[in-house]
Design a protein around this ligand. Structure first.
Ligand SMILES: [Zn+2]
Length: 225
């Protein structure tokens, strides 16, 4: 028998994604219909400012509750994240999940030229054998942070049951086959300057985000103190 069409479910997912994009737009984090210079030198029409994603508590709570609802059928002991934005979101997810999981975080750093995530020693005692862990991220780009967190969890004998995120860049993100749920799943179209259709049309290039990153650089040494 031919399975029934899933058009309604697909449409619902599209509508939900539009609502979530609209919410992110209202925080000022999501920019669309622009012509933006990326730090890589590529041009794009869309951009997300990660630090602004979780600045509106009522929006973050609402989005966290949607992620919690998706994973409500699984018992979860710990919600784990890393980075300030993801930690705010993970609090909201944990608060709304029926298992009343605890919230923990890893800290990011670089050692020996490699990106690493480590857990504060106190958390090593609290993540026990066979615990069920939900990883929460704000944005998933390469999936590297999720992989590092998964290694930490599995090294402690616990199990990652899934990954919840606000935004997943679909082309790049690879999270080793873990069930992943993101409110928005889309990649930005990026173009090299010489073949960029917006450049061809003469649309002015917005360099604001690259300038902002560069102006932050001198203070980055201070942030680590
Ligand atoms: Zn361009």
């Amino acid at each position: 028998m031919v399975p029934p069409p899933r058009r309604n479910a697909l449409m619902d997912a599209e509508v939900r994604e539009k609502i979530h994009l609209e919410i992110l737009k209202r925080t000022g984090a999501y920019h669309a219909n622009d012509h933006i210079l990326l730090p890589s030198g590529q041009h794009t029409t869309e951009y997300i400012e990660k630090t602004l994603v979780t600045t509106e508590p009522s929006f973050t709570e609402g989005l966290g509750a949607v992620i919690a609802k998706h994973f409500a059928q699984w018992p979860i002991d710990v919600v784990l994240s890393t980075g300030p934005g993801a930690l705010i979101l993970s609090h909201c997810v944990a608060r709304a999940h029926p298992s009343r999981p605890t919230v923990m975080y890893g800290t990011k750093g670089v050692s020996g030229g490699k990106r690493r995530v480590s857990l504060p020693a106190e958390f090593h005692r609290l993540i026990r054998q066979n615990n069920k862990v939900l990883i929460v991220e704000d944005l998933i780009s390469s999936g590297q942070t999720v992989r590092l967190l998964t290694e930490l969890v599995e090294g402690l004998g616990a199990q990652v049951v899934g990954v919840g995120a606000l935004w997943r860049r679909t082309k790049k993100a690879d999270v080793d086959g873990k069930p992943i749920f993101s409110l928005v799943s889309r990649d930005f179209p990026t173009y090299p300057p010489d073949t960029c259709p917006l450049c061809k049309k003469g649309v002015p290039l917005n360099q604001e985000f690259v300038k902002r990153r560069e102006s932050r650089k001198p203070s980055s040494a201070l942030e680590k103190i």
